[in-house]
Write a protein that binds this ligand. Structure first.
Ligand code: ZN
Length: 84
């Protein structure tokens, strides 16, 4: 799977968050990415990006499955907000 120009999830070493990073440049197996949150640039390898992306997808899947687990029978949406 090739990494093309676009956005990759990566754990930013500056703001310490899993944020989307815009891929700005690529040289061999190194990618220059810019954090969409703090706008700081990082240099990462293709493997690191791909690995993080896989982990992110796995986490996302877990979150989604726990969400569908959570909204079981009955569901929500019957909270009546009476205006004050
Ligand atoms: Zn950042």
């Amino acid at each position: 799977m090739e990494i093309r120009d676009g956005t990759r999830m990566f754990s930013c070493p500056f703001c310490q968050a899993d944020t989307p990073h815009t891929v700005r440049a690529q040289k061999d197996n190194m990618y220059a990415v810019v954090c969409n949150q703090c706008r700081m640039g990082s240099l990462v390898t293709g493997e690191a990006l791909r690995l993080h992306h896989l982990q992110w997808e796995k986490e996302l899947r877990q979150i989604l499955s726990s969400l569908s687990d959570w909204s079981g029978p009955g569901g929500g949406g019957d909270s009546h907000n009476s205006p004050v």
